[in-house]
Design a protein around this ligand. Structure first.
Ligand code: HEC
Length: 142
């Protein structure tokens, strides 16, 4: 029964090789997920959002998003920080803000403001602008 004895080491070697292959496959996948998560909006879009924010939001949330009559929208003291998704914030902002004129801006303007808020909260820019429908679905934490 020499053959049976030989199977053990061979199977061990195969298992080890397969595990190594699995690790090699999993590592780049994790990298891809991070890369996809990064860059939901474009730099140009965030710049347009900064202007729209200054015109429509800064009076209550502060020129530096530090807060005022409304809560701060930047950093750890922002109410949505690490808890709400980009989609939640887009929905809330586009239906409830500006507080004195809810829903008065265009979807493109709201989404540009979201891009600006993301930028100011440390989310990296990507190559393409964020579309309103994609913003509403975005599960990335603000
Ligand atoms: C007239 C003042 C006023 C203006 C203008 C205004 N906000 Fe607000 N905002 C508030 C107040 C007050 C609150 C807190 C009470 C509430 O949520 O209704 C708030 C809440 C928020 C929140 C919710 C934070 C959270 O997660 O609970 C966000 C986000 C926000 N505002 C964004 C904006 C944006 C973006 C604009 C511009 C398009 C804007 N606001 C314009 C007064 C204002």
């Amino acid at each position: 029964m020499r053959e049976a004895n030989g199977m053990g080491p061979l199977r061990l070697a195969l298992t080890a090789a397969l595990s190594a292959a699995a690790l090699v496959v999993l590592t780049p996948l994790a990298g891809t997920a991070t890369a996809t998560k990064a860059g939901l909006y474009s730099r140009t879009q965030a710049a347009a959002g900064a202007k729209a924010y200054a015109a429509n939001c800064a009076s209550c949330h502060g020129v530096k998003l530090q807060g005022g009559m409304g809560p701060p929208l930047k950093g750890a003291t922002a109410p949505y920080h690490g808890t709400e998704t980009v989609g939640d914030v887009y929905e809330a902002v586009s239906t409830q803000m500006p507080l004195n004129k809810p829903g008065s801006l265009s979807p493109a303007t709201y989404v540009a403001i979201i891009a600006y808020l993301m930028q100011q909260n440390g989310h990296p820019a990507g190559s393409k602008p964020l579309a309103p429908a994609a913003a509403a679905r975005a599960t990335e934490k603000m």
